[in-house]
Design a binder for this molecule. Structure first.
Ligand code: MLT
Ligand code: MN
Ligand code: ZN
Length: 309
């Protein structure tokens, strides 16, 4: 299995256009040693030619240009993207769908409620109906129902509910449901390699426990270092946990939690621009390294399973 990290930042990217926090100002001026990052997306393949896109970031066109593997050039009009899986309806995960409007009808896997938010609260699917159209493929988390993506053989995907909330534009904003945000168990049956991808992971549940314990690699929410990161900076009144993100530090934070899972490789993704782990020289980054936790970067290639061609 090959996983290409197309974008490793949370909504806003890094540096964020209007932000002058220590990280954003520092990466612009060169005083902070950190890599700029685009918004949250990965691509998954077995052969390196046909890919499943997880989330369509506002930065998708730049991400495709930066990763030539996504354009195999087999015809005048071609793409390596065989289908799109959406983990939620958030802007940072869906706006890029507009940028793919020139192609064939897009097969898009998402839950019924995410589809509703993308036809009512933010009618992306309706607008795309005037261009390429969307070929919706329902995802079911109750019970978690495995699916495959035609054109990308050798992979099985199982969606698992994450406790979270629908986006601000959702008519159901204050009535969170199991389907608003999912993690996906990505399995390659031929090799047995398993990755659990959950950029919006906010809290452990009984259903998530086996995904964590059985995975070879965890790709998890790296949004915030502290629960009150945004409050301390004076840019939001909400804690990380209130908006559905588990902070890395503190009692029962991500570092503590991951300490219970010795087997998997551990990688943080969807990192907010305020997070001190972006600074490669920070003590927070050193603490992650000590705990055996990696920080994803754009262009990172994760390979596992080692199936002979
Ligand atoms: C989130 O996951 O909380 C988002 O990155 C928020 C956003 O897209 O603005
Ligand atoms: Mn996000
Ligand atoms: Zn910033």
């Amino acid at each position: 299995m090959k996983i290409l990290v197309l974008g490793s930042a949370a909504g806003g990217g890094f540096p964020q256009w209007n932000c002058n926090c220590r990280n954003c100002a520092g990466v612009r001026s060169g005083s902070v040693r950190a890599l700029p990052r685009t918004q949250s997306s990965i691509a998954v393949s077995t052969d390196g030619r046909d890919w499943v896109l997880f989330n369509a970031s506002p930065d998708i066109l730049a991400q495709i240009r930066a990763n030539p593997a996504l354009q195999p050039a087999r015809a005048l009009r071609d793409t390596g993207i065989a289908g799109v899986v959406l983990v939620d309806a958030q802007i940072d995960h869906t706006t890029g769908l507009f940028m793919l409007r020139e192609g064939a009808p897009l097969p898009v896997w998402c839950t019924r409620l995410v589809r509703e938010d993308l036809t009512v609260g933010n009618p992306v699917f309706n607008v795309l109906g005037h261009y390429c159209g969307v070929d919706w493929q329902p995802l079911c988390v109750d019970p978690p129902t495995p699916f495959s993506v035609p054109g990308v053989p050798g992979l099985r995907f199982t969606p698992v509910a994450l406790p979270s909330a629908p986006p601000p534009f959702s008519p159901r904003r204050h009535e969170p449901a199991a389907e608003d945000n999912i993690g996906v168990l990505i399995e390659e049956p031929a090799s047995g390699y398993r990755v659990f991808y959950a950029p919006g992971f906010g809290a452990m549940t009984a259903a998530l426990e086996p995904c964590f314990a059985g995975a070879d690699c965890l790709l998890l929410d790296g949004t915030f270092w502290t629960d009150d990161e945004m409050i301390r900076l004076g840019i939001s009144g909400k804690t990380a946990r209130e908006i559905g993100h588990l902070p890395q530090s503190g009692p029962d934070g991500m570092i503590d939690l991951l300490g219970h899972y010795p087997k998997p490789r551990k990688i943080l993704i969807h990192i907010n621009n305020t997070n001190p782990i972006l600074d490669e020289d920070s003590p927070e980054r050193a603490r992650l390294a000590q705990a055996g936790i990696e920080v994803a970067y754009d262009g990172m290639l994760i390979e596992g399973g080692d199936v002979p061609a």
